[in-house]
Write a protein that binds this ligand. Structure first.
Ligand code: SF4
Length: 352
């Protein structure tokens, strides 16, 4: 029987490095990018597995929207050559607003990408200045209009919450745009750096719960700590991470999970290139985390929670957390108390 799985492709280059970003990324230099893509395709070949049925493909970064038509089609051809891709596979690319011209979106679509995740961050000028982003509000609006005009209906917009000058009113301004554009998926992340320096957790709580309540009031379902969707538009790819499914991460620093083993690729170009040169998968390390523990750590991010069966070996922790109102039992499932979702990391320490 064929196994279902997903492919993640990492493109670790950006035109500008944002101060708050923790992803592996480097300045865009054409020569290095060309070399990297050459090795990326070789890695796709090395990872080839025709027993897998690929249900989702995700281009993340970095800034994969910097890929041109030729580069993107080279990667896609390799994926299609070395893996079995489901006909209705969800294929996502992360995009910066300043990169997505109507022309570019047309070739992205032509190549088979059917879901866009646009790093809008905010439709408010002061927020974008604070984040030192490369794009302005006009470009954000243009990017969404281009996406809709190019025929994309499965769109996610990323927002950052907890900015110094952000208020419920400015957040509402952002969310009204979601309504105008009929966007089916939203990710809202709390900005850690600024928070730590100047602002209290109470303020983050206020803005986070305002976001949650507002989005729910306009028809979104909160299904993961930072993710909200309209019916039928949950991110199939990200669900794989939270639902204990296999995924193959290809590229510098990419993570994989296959047959209950976690793998991590090298984050250093020389090591990455050398391994592939020697026809070896560029794993830096692997580890097997006790399965129930891993299931709890990834699964409790889901608002619906996970089966109580996963807590068999953690009965004391479970009882303690339930009696302290941090976890709740819902029939045969256990979930984080929705009011305590922002202390999830602290809750998870009970299972480490
Ligand atoms: S563009 Fe995106 S990936 Fe690149 S540095 Fe900024 S936030 Fe990080």
């Amino acid at each position: 029987m064929r196994k279902f799985t997903s492919i993640y492709i990492h493109f670790p280059f950006c035109k500008r490095k944002c101060f708050y970003c923790h992803f592996t990324k480097f300045n865009y230099e054409k020569e290095l990018v060309d070399k990297y893509l050459n090795y990326l395709v070789k890695e796709i070949h090395l990872r080839s597995n025709l027993n897998y049925k690929i249900e989702t493909i995700y281009f993340g970064g970095g800034s994969p929207s910097l890929l041109n038509e030729e580069q993107l089609s080279m990667i896609m051809s390799a994926i299609y050559k070395y893996f079995n891709i489901e006909n209705n596979a969800e294929i996502t690319i992360e995009a910066n607003p300043e990169d997505v011209t109507y022309k570019k979106l047309n070739y992205i679509k032509k190549i088979g990408v059917n879901r866009l995740s646009i790093g809008i961050q905010s439709f408010v000028k002061k927020d974008l200045v604070c984040l030192k982003r490369n794009h302005n509000v006009k470009q954000s609006i243009q990017a969404v209009e281009n996406a809709l005009n190019a025929g994309f209906s499965n769109i996610n917009l990323d927002f950052i919450i907890g900015l110094p000058i952000q208020t419920q009113k400015t957040l509402e301004h952002n969310f009204l745009k979601l309504k105008d554009f009929e966007i089916p998926h939203v990710s809202a992340y709390i900005l850690e750096e600024v928070k730590k320096k100047k602002y209290s957790e109470d303020r983050d709580n206020e803005l986070y719960f305002f976001t949650k309540d507002y989005l729910e009031s306009i028809g979104y379902t909160h299904y993961e700590v930072s993710n909200f969707s309209k019916k039928g538009f949950q991110s199939k790819h990200n669900l794989k991470y939270w639902k204990d499914k296999n995924y193959i991460g290809i590229g510098l620093s990419a993570s994989s999970y296959e047959n209950r083993i976690d793998y991590k690729n090298f984050s250093n170009f020389n090591n990455y290139f050398n391994k592939i040169e020697n026809k070896k998968i560029p794993y830096k390390e692997s580890q097997t985390i006790e399965h129930d523990k891993r299931r709890i750590i990834t699964g409790l991010r889901m608002i619906d929670g996970i089966s109580i069966k996963n807590f068999e070996n953690y009965k004391n922790a479970l009882n303690f957390l339930i009696s302290n109102n941090l976890l709740v039992k819902k029939k045969s499932k256990v979930a984080v108390n929705p009011d305590k979702i922002l202390v999830l990391n602290e809750i998870l320490t009970f299972f480490l």
